[in-house]
Design a protein around this ligand. Structure first.
Ligand SMILES: Cc1ncc(COP(=O)(O)O)c(C=O)c1O
Length: 486
C-alpha cells in the first residue's frame, strides 16, 4: 500500500528499508529545491503518524539527514533544511549539466557498439569457440584445487604486470609457438586484446596524433583510437596485406600502425615478408610503433602457424598483443602485451592506475594450464575440430548457395568470407538473416575509405557440424529471396 505525504511515497513491499525511503524522498526534495534552505521539516512524531509508521523509523531517517548535512537542528526540538545549501537549478537545467559533465569521448562513442549482438551465440557469430570435455575437466580441476588451497598470495596486491608464474608460462609459450622474442619481464597480462589496445593508446598516442589502420579492418581498433582522440589513417589491404608504401606516402608522421599480420581481419590475408620488412624500416626510421594484434593465429590448418612479426623486429618497435580469449574462450577475459623494455615503466604505471593488477585466482589456474601443457594440447585438438567445421561450412555453402556466393576456404582463423555474386547486398542479407536466427556480418561495413566488397563473414569455430548444417540451410534458403538485391 502506498501513502503520500509531503511528497513521500512509502512502499511497504519494497526491499528498501522504510527509513531509507523517507531519507531518499526528503534528500531528493532538498537537492532539487522543493524543500528550500531553512524550511522546517515536519515533527518526527507527526510525520510518523501521518505515514502510519513507528516514530523510530522517521527518527532514523532524520538522523541520517542530519549526519549527511542535509538538515540541521535537533530531533525533538525542530529539524530544518540546512540554511547554507547553494541554490540548485531545477528540471531541465540539471539534465543539461549532467550531459556537459560526461567524459570527452562519450558523445562520440554513444551507440557505437551493438552490445545485443555481442551476447548472441547463434551461428555464425564471430570469435566463438568450443571447449571439449577434456579441457572442461582440466579447467574445473585446476580451479577447484586453487580454491581449496587459497594461498595468501590470492588475498593481497601483486605485480601489476601479473604473476611471475603466468608471465613465465606465457613467455615460454610465445617463444616456442609464435616466434616472439621476449622474457617474462616484458609481459603485461591484460583482460584481452581490447584492454591491451586501450593501454597502447593511452601510453603511446597523444590526443591529436595519427595512426595507420587496415582498410577493411577491425572496428574495435578504430573505436578505441577514436576514444583516445587519435585520428585514423585507413590504408588499403591487398593480397599482400596493408599497403605500407601508401602509408609512407600519405601519412609518414603517423605515430603507430595497428595491424593483424598473421591473419588480417577480416580478409584473412597474411602480411608478406616484403611488407613486414618495409613496415619495420618505416617504424625504425620515424620512431613510430607497430602494434601487432596476433589474434587467432594459433589456428592454422594448412601447416605450422606463421611466426609473429615481433620476432623479426630487431629494432624493437613492435608492441605485440596476444589473446587467450580465442585460444580458450571469450568469457575468460585474458590476454597479454609484450612491450619493449624502455616502454615498460609507462605501461606498468598506466595499467596500475587503471585497475592495479589481474585477478589472482585466474592467473594461478591459467599458469598451471599452460605449464602443464594443456593449452598446447587444447589448441591442437581444437585445430582439428575447427578445420572440420570449416570444411563442413564450405561444403554446405557451396552445395546450397554456390550460385549466390563465392566461398573462400581460409587457411587460418575462425571465420570465412563468402563474397556475394553481383547485385546482392550484404547489409540486407545481414538484417534478414538475423531476423531468421542466423548471424552473418556484412563485409562492406568493415571498410572505411577503400572500395567496399560485398561479402559475408561467417564464424565457424563456435558451432558443431550439426548446427552449421542447419544454419547454412536457412541462410541458403533466404539468399534466394529477391529482396536481398542491392
Ligand atoms: C581482430 C581481432 N583481434 C582481437 C580479437 C579478440 O579480442 P579479445 O581478446 O578482446 O576478446 C578479436 C575478436 O573478435 C578480433 O577480431
Amino acid at each position: 500500500m502506498e501513502q503520500t505525504i509531503f511528497d513521500i511515497a512509502i512502499d511497504r513491499r519494497s526491499p528498501t528499508p522504510l527509513f531509507r525511503q523517507i531519507h531518499a524522498a526528503l534528500s531528493t526534495s532538498i537537492v532539487d529545491g522543493r524543500l528550500p534552505a531553512g524550511a522546517r521539516l515536519p515533527a518526527s512524531r507527526a510525520l510518523a503518524e501521518q505515514l502510519h509508521l513507528s516514530r523510530t523509523v522517521v527518527v532514523a531517517a532524520y538522523e541520517q539527514l542530519l549526519a549527511e548535512g542535509y538538515a540541521t537542528g535537533r530531533i525533538g526540538s525542530g529539524t530544518y533544511v540546512a540554511p547554507d545549501l547553494p541554490e540548485r537549478p531545477r528540471g531541465r537545467a540539471l539534465v543539461v549539466k549532467a550531459r556537459g559533465a560526461m567524459g570527452y569521448a562519450a558523445p562520440r562513442l554513444a551507440g557505437k557498439v551493438d552490445v545485443t549482438l555481442q551476447g548472441d551465440d547463434r551461428p555464425f557469430n564471430l570469435g566463438r569457440t568450443l571447449i571439449d570435455q577434456r579441457t572442461f575437466d582440466q579447467w574445473r580441476r585446476l580451479n577447484a584445487r586453487a580454491l581449496r588451497a587459497m594461498p595468501k598470495s590470492h588475498l593481497g596486491y601483486g605485480d601489476p604486470r601479473g604473476s611471475v608464474e603466468l608471465r613465465g608460462a606465457i613467455a615460454a609459450y610465445l617463444g616456442s609457438a609464435r616466434g616472439v622474442r621476449c622474457d617474462a619481464e616484458q609481459i603485461i597480462v591484460t583482460s584481452g586484446t581490447q584492454h591491451a589496445l586501450d593501454l597502447v593508446v593511452r601510453v603511446l598516442l597523444p590526443v591529436g596524433s595519427e595512426a595507420w589502420v587496415e582498410d577493411p579492418g577491425y572496428p574495435l581498433t578504430r573505436e578505441v583510437l577514436a576514444a583516445g582522440g587519435v585520428a585514423t589513417r585507413p590504408l588499403r589491404v591487398d593480397a599482400q596485406g596493408i599497403d605500407v608504401a601508401a602509408g609512407v606516402a600519405a601519412a609518414p608522421r603517423a605515430r603507430a600502425a595497428f595491424i593483424t599480420p598473421s591473419h588480417q581481419f577480416p580478409t584473412g590475408v597474411v602480411l608478406s615478408m616484403a611488407r613486414r620488412l618495409e613496415l619495420i624500416a618505416w617504424a625504425s626510421a620515424s620512431d613510430a610503433w607497430i602494434v601487432e594484434d596476433d589474434y587467432a593465429s594459433e589456428f592454422r590448418y594448412g601447416g605450422r602457424p606463421l611466426a609473429a612479426l615481433q620476432g623479426l623486429d630487431t629494432a624493437e618497435r613492435t608492441i605485440y598483443i596476444g589473446t587467450l580469449n580465442k585460444a580458450l574462450f571469450p568469457g575468460l577475459r585474458a590476454g597479454y602485451l609484450v612491450v619493449p623494455e624502455p616502454l615498460l615503466p609507462a605501461f606498468v604505471t598506466t595499467r596500475y592506475l587503471m585497475d592495479r593488477q589481474p585477478p589472482a585466482l585466474q592467473q594461478e589456474v591459467l599458469a598451471e594450464f599452460i605449464t602443464d601443457g594443456h593449452l598446447s594440447s587444447h589448441i591442437r585438438r581444437m585445430r582439428t575440430r575447427y578445420r572440420d567445421q570449416r570444411d563442413h561450412l564450405v561444403a554446405a555453402l557451396q552445395r546450397r548457395a554456390g550460385d549466390r556466393l563465392d566461398v573462400e576456404r581460409p587457411d587460418q582463423g575462425m571465420h570465412l568470407v563468402a563474397h556475394l555474386r553481383p547485385g546482392l547486398s550484404d547489409a540486407a542479407i545481414e538484417r534478414t538473416a538475423l531476423a531468421n536466427g542466423v548471424v552473418v556480418r556484412a563485409l562492406s561495413k568493415l571498410y572505411v575509405k577503400a572500395k567496399p566488397r560485398q561479402g559475408l563473414l561467417l564464424g565457424f569455430s563456435g558451432y558443431p557440424a550439426a548446427a552449421i548444417a542447419g544454419a547454412a540451410g536457412r541462410l541458403a534458403a533466404l539468399l534466394q529471396r529477391p529482396r536481398l538485391l542491392s
